[in-house]
Design a binder for this molecule. Structure first.
Ligand code: XMP
Length: 512
């Protein structure tokens, strides 16, 4: 479905938490890369013939019996390799050196000294900070390898066999805590691997439009539009390619934020495609009545979504293709968990292809990261409010109302959340994600001369890059007080506002 650049860098994932960050670093330098699990790496390298290979870090010790390994044969393929942390230790072990448990675990940034005669560090300063995170240490290098960096605590912080084009760092060049990480990747990609910078979104748009036209011919395509970034950008791209052969169906489950359904309806009606807006809010509310348990809510909403969508889809005759806004992290996640399915489990349309028979599923974004999808959206002139939309869970406000959902609670939350978001949007520095949650508790208050007994509202605002971990956004207390006043004065049913000060982990970003 996607014409990939001829050159590819393969990132071998040894169960490391930073594999995706490595992939982002490579793509930011306009080089195409894919992540492959260590079990599949050997075959992938043979078939994809990458220009270079990067071994990720990982949580294991290389000398354990069951730790991730790789077929040693790849060291003789003459393909440049960059090993990072666990990847570096694996190179040492497999090629005849020695790795041992360190006396103390090393975590944090440390001043590191470099040999700039190494191609990997050429043009850099001779000393800068790197991030170390390891419990084992390399004590002896394999034959022909040379040390290229050291720190006070780590004698072998980087090493290489430049003849064999094998390079390795004990530290993590992919994280921002390591200075000049980008330069290290540039050196590896352009000086060692001699890659070209040929991964550009303009080309992606051009190629995908061409391919979609060719593949779809004069047939019809159906798209479930969720209002989120991925499906909106996909709609824009498909519209460019096939115009009226595309039908986008938007199912309003009623759990969207204030005014959102209306805005989506009026925005997409103007597009040169068939747009079907289904107001199913009453159906969803009825099905969810009395349900308190979060996972059950999600399941019911997912199932109801499929039923409603299926009914609408059947009205459109002879549709051969279903388009989905699946993106690369969804694929990586399902691969990492060893699940067969490549359909977004988070996504509303999970389960659709099994229910309705389509000739083919179109997933043009299956190798793209979110930022890349956003860039495509910008290049296709989608408005800022769609392209930079905050993540919003498929089940919507239904999982931001703790416990049972009623129409009354939904209205209260919509109003309060709207006030909160409008206020936060005025801030110069905004959090990555922010929303209100209606708690399932009531408390006593005094309003005027009267006693009140109303709902409590929690406000959540977090700082995050990847949404896997999150810090609490330091909202000024005066601002919080002002927001609280505004909410309590304007939203009947709330008399107390709380600010969530929990990081992820241990809490998740959403409450349910
Ligand atoms: P958690 O709550 O797991 O959320 O820390 C991480 C990010 O994912 C979003 N989220 C979802 N997105 N469907 C989605 O499309 C869902 O069911 C869902 N649940 C959580 C959440 O808003 C946050 O950005």
């Amino acid at each position: 479905m996607l014409e990939k650049p001829k050159e590819i860098i393969l990132i071998v994932n040894f169960k490391g938490q930073y594999s995706r960050i490595i992939a982002r670093r490579v793509r930011e330098l306009f080089v195409y890369c894919e992540i492959v699990g260590f079990e599949d790496a050997f075959n992938a390298i043979k078939t994809k013939k990458p220009k270079g290979i990067i071994f990720s870090g990982g949580p294991d010790s290389v000398f354990l019996k069951d730790s991730p390994k790789i077929n040693k044969e790849i060291f003789s393929f003459n393909i440049p390799i960059l090993g990072i942390c666990y990847g570096a230790q694996l190179i040492v072990k497999e090629m005849g050196g020695l790795v041992e448990p360190a006396k103390t675990r090393e975590f944090g940034t440390v001043k590191t000294e470099f040999k700039t005669s190494s191609l990997l560090f050429s043009g850099l300063k001779v000393s800068f900070n790197t991030l170390m995170s390891h419990t084992d240490e390399i004590v002896k290098l394999p034959e022909n390898f040379k040390v290229t960096a050291k720190s006070k605590t780590t004698k072998i912080a980087a090493f290489e066999d430049s003849e064999k084009k094998i390079y390795a760092t004990q530290f993590h060049p992919e994280v921002l805590d390591t200075e000049f990480g980008e330069e290290i990747f540039k050196n590896f990609l352009f000086k060692v691997c001699r890659c070209e910078q040929n991964w550009h979104m303009e080309d992606f748009i051009k190629n995908t439009v061409k391919e979609v036209k060719k593949k779809v011919g004069d047939k019809k395509v159906l798209l479930a539009l969720s209002g989120g970034v991925d499906s909106c950008v996909l709609a824009a791209l498909l519209q460019k390619a096939i115009k009226k052969q595309l039908t986008a169906v938007f199912v309003d489950h009623g759990f969207l934020r204030e005014n959102e359904a209306k805005e989506i309806n009026s925005y997409f009606k103007e597009w040169e495609m068939n747009f079907v807006f289904v107001d199913a809010s009453e159906i969803f509310l009825e099905k969810i009545k009395g349900v308190k348990e979060p996972e059950e809510k999600r399941k019911i909403i997912g199932k109801t979504f499929i039923e409603v969508f299926e009914k609408e889809a059947k009205k459109i005759k002879d549709v051969e293709f279903l388009a989905q806004g699946t993106i690369y992290p969804d694929i990586i996640e399902s691969g990492e968990n060893n699940k067969k399915s490549t359909i977004k489990s988070h996504h509303n349309v999970g389960g659709l292809p099994e229910k309705i028979k389509f000739k083919e599923i179109l997933e043009p974004f299956r190798f793209l990261f979110k930022d890349e999808v956003r860039e495509i959206g910008k290049k296709l002139n989608l408005p800022e409010r769609i392209v930079n939309r905050q993540p919003f869970p498929g089940p919507g406000l239904a999982i931001r109302i703790i416990g049972e959902i009623t129409k009354e609670k939904l209205e209260i939350l919509k109003k309060a959340d709207h006030i909160f978001r409008k206020e936060v949007e005025k801030l110069k520095e905004k959090p990555s994600q922010f929303f209100a949650v209606l708690l399932n508790t009531k408390s006593v208050g005094v309003m005027g001369d009267c006693r009140s007994y109303c709902y409590n509202l929690a406000l959540r605002a977090v700082e995050t890059k990847d949404f896997m971990t999150a810090r609490v956004f330091a909202m000024p207390i005066e601002k919080l007080e002002q927001i609280s006043k505004k909410i309590v004065n304007n939203v009947a049913g709330i008399n107390r506002v709380l600010y969530d000060v929990t990081t992820k982990p241990p809490a998740t970003i959403e409450f349910e």
